[in-house]
Design a protein around this ligand. Structure first.
Ligand code: SF4
Ligand code: SF4
Length: 105
């Protein structure tokens, strides 16, 4: 058996398994090749990025600005495209797991 159903946690949309271990989402940030960075000095807090992110990786902080949860951000950069004031920049993420793996022939 690949999935032990006894340990599935059902969070978010009803009936959709979110995680096997205590509600913590699986770490998908290591898949990332590019990393979005939000510049608060440019951000107008429109929250477009929050609604656009397909991974729900952008949340609103106690300072009312959005922040990226890099534990689950996959670097798809949809948020960058959606930001109306170009407050999200992109950098290469050299910590991405696939960049650390040895190359195969
Ligand atoms: S890069 Fe993709 S996954 Fe990461 S915060 Fe932006 S929209 Fe979400
Ligand atoms: S889309 Fe851009 S301006 Fe709007 S909240 Fe996100 S970072 Fe800020």
């Amino acid at each position: 058996m690949i999935i032990d159903e006894k340990h599935l946690k059902y969070d978010g949309a009803k009936g959709v398994p979110h995680s096997r271990h205590g509600g913590q989402p699986p770490k998908t940030g290591d898949w990332r090749t590019f990393k979005p960075r939000i510049d608060k000095s440019k951000c107008i807090r429109c929250m477009t990025c929050v609604t656009y992110c397909p991974e729900a990786a952008i949340a609103v902080g106690s300072d009312t600005y959005p922040y990226v949860n890099y534990y689950i951000c996959k670097g798809c950069l949809v948020c960058v495209k959606g930001c109306p004031v170009k407050a999200i920049s992109v950098s290469q993420d050299l910590h991405a797991e696939h960049l650390r793996r040895p190359k195969h022939d």
